[in-house]
Design a protein around this ligand. Structure first.
Ligand code: CTP
Ligand code: MG
Length: 519
């Protein structure tokens, strides 16, 4: 692979941030990242600015552990033995590993690359292309400077290494010229959730028009176990509005599901809870993801949703599905017929709801359902999007023919089903631009890389950390924004986001960068 040519430095015009592409090449993650650069080129500084301390394996640090300090050259043999051991152990667990040495030993590079290949990890080199004069002056300013002739020979060996890299088989060779000032830009100020409006009058009367379901919708699935449910959901919804999210969705389950918590963890009835949220929000779309058709007669769901729409000024959507968890049905005395019958009921249920929401009170005689009258007041305000959850072929067909959208998992398997959904939409002569192609996304969101990995450790249970991090795309809000923005190219209009371990309004505010992922 041909190394990228280093970009010439811009004319200095007062204090400037470096070109972000130079400062921050897009790197695969997890990956092996091998640094190359002379002393003082800024390898350790660069690594510390974008990786967790545990991800960086530094020969200097290891000299400090097994010797008298980072510059104890007598400890080199022991330090490098440890370094090889750590690199092998981390790559074997498919954990990101940044090797911080001069990078000039070809045999070592070959070994690390082999280890990465065996682990199935991408492997890249980052060359710190700092001008020799800068390395020299930084070196001179150090408490324990490298002798000048040693630095000169290092600089020459880096040049030789860079030439050799092209034929070694790395996935990429990036050249980085770090900023003189490596201080990260200040974090954007956090806003606190606003005080909730009080429903003495219609609270959204003066609010900007809601933007519909396009964007990121927060899904709440886990609730605090004490008695502060209303203040908690109010604060979470207020934070979702402050973060600019498009909506808030609640799961519809009678017993907390094992994927989220324990059976005795609270899971409030969603339509009642959404009614409370209608009174304390002004812009969020509110709905379920998803209501099983087996829980309530569809007419009753239609009634609840029409009422929520009236209470919220037309901010209601309805997620529906065929239901899947036999245990909660049995526990609440509900029937749980076979899959075919449940899907029949789903089809008929959507038809019933639409008939009841349509203008007037006239009798309805449809394909699957007949009703002697369709008297449903209050009437819903504006549109009432029906999203069908599930990715089976018949479910997608129902979504494409009777629904206004689908909801599938955000992983590659789910996206393949979304492709199929959009194909069915077209087959049925509908405009893909008018449907909601939605995904359910369960990210681990951390303030920074350290926080993201602390959350992985907290929630991974017995799943290996690397697998858990990959499954949940552990990363910062900016990284999640980029990932979601890429889904637009797959036709996704909306992501229902249920962050792993979401617990506080601050966790919700941290999602603000995601709000614009869909434009
Ligand atoms: N430095 C700086 N601005 C940068 C990068 C580094 O002022 N953009 C300073 C660091 O604070 C440090 C010196 O330059 O005092 C060397 O940086 P370092 O990251 O330690 O360089 P390394 O390449 O890791 O040097 P060595 O091989 O000696 O570990
Ligand atoms: Mg260093």
């Amino acid at each position: 692979m041909v190394p990228e040519a280093p970009t010439p430095e811009p004319e200095p015009r007062g204090p400037q941030l470096p070109d972000p592409a130079l400062r921050d090449p897009a790197l695969p993650d997890p990956a092996l990242v091998v640094l190359v650069g002379a002393s003082g080129s800024g390898k350790s500084t660069w690594a510390a600015s974008r990786f967790r301390a545990a991800e960086v394996v530094s020969s200097d640090t290891l000299r400090g552990l097994v010797g008298s300090g980072p510059h104890d050259l007598d400890a080199s043999t022991d330090a490098f033995a440890l370094l090889e051991h750590i690199v092998q152990a981390r790559l074997g667990r498919t954990l990101t590993t940044v090797v911080d040495t001069l990078g000039s030993d070809a045999a070592r590079r070959r070994r690390w690359l082999d280890l990465a290949r065996r682990a199935g990890l991408p492997a890249v080199v980052v060359v710190l292309d700092t001008p020799a004069s800068v390395c020299r002056s930084r070196n001179a300013a150090r408490e324990r400077a490298v002798p000048a002739r040693v630095l000169t020979s290092q600089l020459a060996s880096v040049t030789g290494t860079v030439a050799a890299l092209a034929d070694e088989g790395w996935d990429a060779v990036h050249h980085v010229r770090p900023a003189a000032d490596a201080t990260p830009p200040p974090a954007p100020a956090r806003t606190s959730p606003p005080a909730p409006p009080r429903a003495e009058s219609t609270p959204w009367a003066d609010a900007p028009a809601p933007r519909g379901l396009r964007g990121v919708v927060l899904q709440l699935s886990r609730f605090p176990a004490d008695d502060d449910l209303l203040p908690w959901v109010t604060r979470m919804a207020g934070a979702a509005e402050a973060a600019g999210l498009a909506g808030l969705a609640l799961m519809d389950h009678l017993v907390q599901i094992p994927q989220v918590g324990r059976a005795w963890d609270p899971i409030p009835e969603p339509w009642v809870t959404l009614g409370a949220l209608a009174a304390v929000t002004t812009r969020l779309q509110l709905g379920t993801l998803v209501t099983p058709v087996t829980f309530r007669a569809p007419g009753i769901t239609a009634k609840a949703a029409a009422t929520l729409s009236a209470l919220s000024g037309g901010r209601c959507f309805v997620g529906v599905g065929a239901g899947w968890w036999d245990r909660e049905h049995a526990a609440y005395g509900l029937g749980f017929p076979g899959a075919r019958e449940r899907l029949d009921a789903l089809e008929a249920g959507i038809e019933t709801m639409r008939a009841l929401w349509a203008p007037g009170t006239k009798p309805y005689a449809g394909r699957l359902v007949s009703l002697p009258e369709t008297t449903c007041y209050p009437r819903p305000v504006g549109s009432m999007p029906v999203l069908v959850g599930g990715s089976g072929e018949r479910t997608l067909r129902i979504a494409a023919t009777l629904g206004d959208g689908c909801n599938v998992p955000s992983g590659e398997g789910g996206l393949a089903r979304l492709d199929r959904y959009l194909e069915l939409v077209r087959e049925h002569g509908r405009d893909p631009g008018e449907v909601h192609a939605t995904v359910l996304d369960l990210p681990v969101v951390g303030r920074d890389r350290d926080d993201a990995w602390a959350r992985v450790e907290r929630h991974r249970g017995r799943t290996p950390a690397a697998a858990f991090a990959a499954r949940h795309h552990a990363g910062t809000p900016a990284e999640h924004r980029e990932r979601l923005a890429r889904l637009v190219g797959r036709g996704v209009t909306t992501a229902f986001v249920a962050p792993v371990g979401l617990a506080t309004p601050e966790d919700v505010l941290a999602l603000a960068p995601l709000a614009t992922a869909f434009g």
